[in-house]
Design a protein around this ligand. Structure first.
Ligand code: CIR
Length: 260
C-alpha cells in the first residue's frame, strides 16, 4: 500500500495566455487550441482544489507564452521559496512575475542569480533529498547554486542527468509517496533512483511519468490506461486529466503548478 506522503495546502497556477500558441516546443506538432487549453487548465485546478487545497490562479501573461508552466520558475520548500533562473531565454521574465505570489505565502525567498541556470522541471524533491537532473535548461552551476541556497535549510542536493533529448528530469519521473517514484524505464536505468522503490511506465506509456502526487490523488495525463491500472493496483487513487494541448508544448502534470 502507498505510504502517506507530504500534504499540500496550497498551489499556484497561471491561466494560459492567448500567446501560448507560440510556446516553446521541441517538435512542432501544430499549435494548441487555447479554448481547450483553458478548459483543461480549469479541470486541473479543480482537481487540486478537490483535495482540499487552496489554489491561487494568476492572470495570463501575454508577453510570456510559456508562463502557465509555473513550476519552472520557482521551487517551494517548507522553509522558504527559491526563485529559479530558466535556461530558456524567452522565459527569464516569468520569474519576476511570480515573485509577488510567492511573497504572499513565504517569509523567506531566495533567488538563483547565475551564471548557471536551473528550471523547476528538473527538480524532484523527496523527503530525503533534492534531486536535480542536468539538462539543456539546467546547468551544473545552476544546480550547485541551488545546493548552496538550500543547504542552510537542511536540504541535501544530488545531481543526476536528464536523458539527452528529454526536456526536463520530471518529464520522466514523479514522486508518488515518501519512497516510491514513478519513472520511465530509460530514466530509472540511469540508477539515479537507487534506494527508492520505483514503478516503471509500461512500454509506449512513457509520457504518463509526468504525473503528480497531490494529497490523496495521483494526477496523471489521460490516455495511459496501463499506467493508471498499475498505480490503482498499487493502491493509489488515480485521477486522469486530459493533457493533449499542453503536451503539444512539451508540458505534463507537474509543470502547471507550484505545490506547497
Ligand atoms: C518549455 O519548453 O519551457 C515549455 N514549452 C514547456 C515547459 C514544461 N515544464 C515542465 O515540464 N516543468
Amino acid at each position: 500500500m502507498p505510504h502517506p506522503t507530504i500534504s499540500f495546502r496550497h498551489a499556484i497556477a497561471r491561466q494560459p495566455a492567448r500567446s501560448a500558441t507560440s510556446g516553446l516546443r521541441a517538435e512542432d506538432r501544430g499549435a494548441p487550441d487555447i479554448a481547450r487549453m483553458r478548459r483543461d487548465h480549469a479541470a486541473y485546478v479543480e482537481a487540486l482544489e478537490a483535495t482540499g487545497a487552496r489554489v491561487t490562479v494568476l492572470e495570463p501573461l501575454e508577453a510570456f507564452p510559456d508562463a502557465h508552466f509555473v513550476e519552472d520558475v520557482a521551487l517551494c520548500l517548507p522553509e522558504g521559496a527559491v526563485l529559479l533562473k530558466p535556461g530558456a531565454p524567452s522565459r527569464a521574465g516569468e520569474v519576476e512575475a511570480m515573485a509577488p505570489a510567492l511573497a504572499a505565502h513565504f517569509d523567506e525567498i531566495r533567488a538563483i542569480t547565475g551564471p548557471g541556470t536551473i528550471e523547476g522541471g528538473d527538480i524532484l524533491v523527496t523527503p530525503r533529498e533534492i534531486l536535480v537532473g542536468l539538462s539543456a535548461r539546467t546547468s551544473r552551476e545552476g544546480a550547485e547554486e541551488l545546493a548552496r541556497l538550500a543547504a542552510p535549510w537542511g536540504h541535501e542536493l544530488r545531481i543526476c542527468q536528464t536523458p539527452p533529448g528529454v526536456l526536463h528530469f520530471k518529464t520522466g519521473c514523479a514522486l508518488l509517496d515518501e519512497e516510491t517514484i514513478l519513472a520511465t524505464p530509460r530514466l530509472a536505468a540511469s540508477g539515479c533512483f537507487a534506494g527508492y522503490r520505483t514503478l516503471l511506465t509500461p512500454e509506449g506509456e512513457e509520457p504518463a511519468a509526468n504525473a503528480i502526487r497531490f494529497n490523496d490523488k495521483v494526477i496523471l495525463p489521460a490516455g495511459f490506461p496501463r499506467t493508471a491500472e498499475m498505480l490503482t493496483d498499487a493502491g493509489f487513487t488515480v485521477t486522469p486529466l486530459r493533457n493533449d494541448e499542453f503536451a503539444l508544448l512539451d508540458g505534463g502534470m507537474s509543470c502547471l503548478s507550484l505545490r506547497f
